[in-house]
Structures are given as C-alpha cells and as structure tokens.
Design a protein around this ligand. Structure first.
Ligand SMILES: Cc1ncc(COP(=O)(O)O)c(C=O)c1O
Length: 423
C-alpha cells in the first residue's frame, strides 16, 4: 500500500445545497454557521450531525483501485483512518471553511497545534519567519524558543507598524504570522496592508483570528493566506472542548494535512468536533451579544475611579479605532483595563467576584478575568526591549487585566466588577 494521504477529500456525502464555498455568494454567514458542512444522516434523516467515533472505516468496494497489499489510491478513502480526518471532523472543517470563505480547512487537536502545524508545514531549515512581537504566548514561545533549534530564523516585529514589517523581510522570508486583535494587549494589525507586503515578497501570511472570530473579520477576503483559530475559545464558546483550525486555499490546507495531520498527529477527536459544531450553531448571536456587553463594560470601566485606562477596539480612545471600524464588523468580547495597584486588585477580584471568574483563558460563556503583569510577560515570553517594549507599555502599562466577557447579564457583570475593583 502506498502510504499517502488523501489529496482530494470529498464533501463527505454533503447535501450540496448547504455548501457555499466562498463567502458572500450565497446564504448569509449566519445561515452557514448552522448549515455549512452539515450532513443529513442518510439512514435516519437526523438533522443534528452524527458523531462518528470510529478510528477507521472499511474499504469501499469500488471506492479505489485495490492492489495486492490493499488499496494504493487512498484519495478514494478519505475516512480510512481518523488521523487524516473523520466524517464528523470533516463536517466541522467544511463549516469553518464556509464561514471564512476558504476552499478548505483542517481541524486540529488544539489552537497551538494549528499554529505549530502552520509553522512546521511552511518553514524549514534556512527559512525566516516574521512574527508579531506580541501574540498568544504559546505561539510566541514556540516560534522564538523552538523554531531556531530547527534552523529557522525568527524576527519579532510590531505588526501595527507596516514600515517595520517591510524592513524585516529577507530573501528567505517564507511566512508572516500575526494576530488581530492580539492577545493580550488588543493591538490591531492592518491585515490588507501586511498581506500586500507578504505577497510582494513572495511569503505567505497567516493570522490567528481567535479574538476577532469570523463574525468580526474575514481575513482571507483581505488577502491573508491562512486563518487560524483556537476553537477552544469563542468559536466553541462553552469552555468544554479543545480545538484549532487552519483555513485557506486547497493546496495550502492539503499540505498542512499531509504533514501535521498525518505525521505530527495534530488531528481533532470526533467528540470535540461535534461539541464545537454545536457551539458554532450559536456563534453569531453569542458574539453579537458578547460584543454589545463588552462595549458597555468598557465604557463603564473607562468612567470608574479605580481604573486608569481601558483598551477596547470599539472605544473611540483605542489608538487604532478607525482601523477597527474598517476591519471588524463587531469589536469582540475582550476588554483590557489598568489600575493603580494591580497586585491588590487582582487579589480583590479573586476573592470578591461572584459572577465573573478569576482565571486564565478566554472566549467562554462565563466571564473570565486575569492580571497579566508586564514584567512577568516580558520575562516569561515576549522579551521585548527598546521601542517594542515602549509600544507594549503604551497598551499595557505595568500590567493589564484581560477581561473576557461572557453571556451573563451585563448589569450583573457591572455590579460584580464594581464591587470587586473598588477600594
Ligand atoms: C489567540 C490565541 N491563539 C491560540 C491559542 C491557543 O489555543 P489552545 O489553548 O486551543 O491551544 C490561544 C489560547 O489562549 C489564544 O488566545
């Protein structure tokens, strides 16, 4: 048997009326969030997706040419082994591709696996990566600590300065990776401008769009090559399943699947795909409600005597508010704020909060807040100096509280935050 991966995954028996490969050419994305990739069970006609837990599926007679040792054309057997993909995971992949206006998508076990899959597929020894100097800590640490061990050069750049990005390109630059808004300081990247630069230099551009979600931004329409999400966050939205995805052109996703899925084993379990699809069913109303609540909370915090500064892309005071209006349909669920005495307020929040929760992570149905101390973040992760450190401090000062707004009543959150941050 020739052990190749399936290069042309079928639509897994999909009802084609439900699939719209490119955004804005058919049903609205609200409808695609429910029906994109959905397979009506042929036996029972059930309209909820089936969970297919099987690791392998039998060879289909007539499904591909059989040789002495089995089939040698695995393209006809996409569900032969679940590490490549699985019928439930495939439905999720198609739904996410439809939401992002992508040809295809590969779901991964976690968001970090999606980032790692992208790096290890498109970068090899001697290549150069331009990385957002502030992005999810795990991505930053993977790029800066691990990639150099494989002979890959990494240049961290403030992606909100296109001139700095332009200056960072080298003849061996193969990938530009950024986030918008970036975690944790909510600085934006002008995706169209950076994608244009990447194209000019013959490099690919990937964006981790976890904080924006497809409700706010569709990076592929702005010229970005690959969109990554931690599905663990807003897209699942219920804090009960890990997952990640990379969406993009067919040939790019195929390459990721063949390397990261088949050889790095980054694939997603079927149960998680099912849970995440159920989360996506309500993605649009959830994100709209969360964004509305976040805007009210940001305005409230801005007027609070204990708060020194608030960052939220929807606030007129955000230094890139014009870009946010241009690039985001809603402004998302993350608000950051600064106080005079962060250590003490962190303790107060942990002790006093009754509605929100004091802990890491974000994008769940329950509100979560945590302090990210600047010195600590520099030591553990970003290691910025000079102008880059100044730029970070402009957004974060000595530290920010990152509040991920959930689905609780806004007034309850306001009362809860008020009693927790006040003296
Ligand atoms: C922006 C962003 N990308 C990726 C990740 C990693 O996701 P996961 O925890 O699913 O690996 C996170 C996690 O916090 C994140 O915030």
């Amino acid at each position: 048997m020739t052990v190749t991966r399936p290069s042309d995954l079928p639509a897994c028996g999909i009802d084609q009326r439900r699939v719209v490969p490119a955004a804005n050419t058919g049903p609205s994305r609200e409808t695609l969030a429910l029906n994109g990739g959905l397979v009506i069970d042929p036996a029972t006609k059930a309209i909820a997706p089936n969970i297919s837990m099987s690791v392998n599926n039998v060879f289909i007679p007539g499904g591909g040419p059989f040789s002495a040792d089995g089939v040698d054309d695995l393209t006809a057997l996409p569900f032969l082994y679940a590490r490549w993909t699985n019928p439930t995971v495939r439905q999720l992949e198609q739904r996410l591709a439809a939401l992002e206006g992508a040809d295809d998508a590969m779901a991964t076990a976690t968001g970090v696996a999606a980032i790692g899959a992208t790096f290890f597929t498109f970068l090899k020894k001697g290549d150069h990566l331009i990385l957002s100097d502030v992005c999810y800590a795990g991505a930053n640490e993977l790029a800066r600590r691990i990639l150099p061990d494989y002979g890959i050069e990494v240049t961290p750049v403030n992606m909100s300065r296109p001139e700095d990005v332009a200056a960072a390109f080298r003849s061996n630059t193969r990938l530009v990776h950024c986030e918008s808004p970036c975690n944790p300081i909510l600085r934006l990247t002008d995706l169209a401008a950076i994608a244009e630069l990447a194209r000019k230099h013959g490099a690919l551009m990937s964006v981790d769009s976890t904080l924006a979600t497809p409700v706010a931004t569709q990076p592929l329409l702005l010229g970005v090559d690959l969109v990554i999400h931690s599905l663990t966050k807003f897209i699942n939205g219920h804090g009960d399943a890990l997952g990640g995805v990379v969406c993009g052109r067919k040939e790019l996703v195929e390459k990721i699947r063949s390397r990261a899925g088949v050889y790095l084993g980054a694939s997603m379990p079927a149960m998680n795909a099912w849970l995440i699809m159920r989360g996506i069913d309500t993605l649009f109303p959830r994100i709209r409600m969360i964004s509305e609540s976040a805007a009210k909370i940001a305005a409230f915090l801005q007027g609070h005597s204990a708060v020194e500064a608030v960052t939220y892309p929807g606030l007129a005071s955000h230094p890139q508010h014009d870009l946010a209006k241009h690039q985001m349909d809603v402004f998302g669920g993350i608000v950051t704020f600064r106080v005079k005495n962060p250590g003490q307020v962190a303790r107060q929040l942990a002790e006093r909060l009754k509605v929100a929760h004091y802990t890491f992570s974000l994008g769940h149905q329950r509100s979560i807040v945590v302090l990210l101390d600047t010195q600590e973040m520099m030591k553990s992760t970003y290691q910025l100096t000079g102008k880059q450190l100044e730029d970070y401090r402009r957004f974060a000062g000595d530290g920010v509280f990152r509040l991920s707004v959930g689905l609780e009543a806004t007034d309850d959150l306001l009362v809860d935050l008020d009693q927790a941050i006040s003296d």
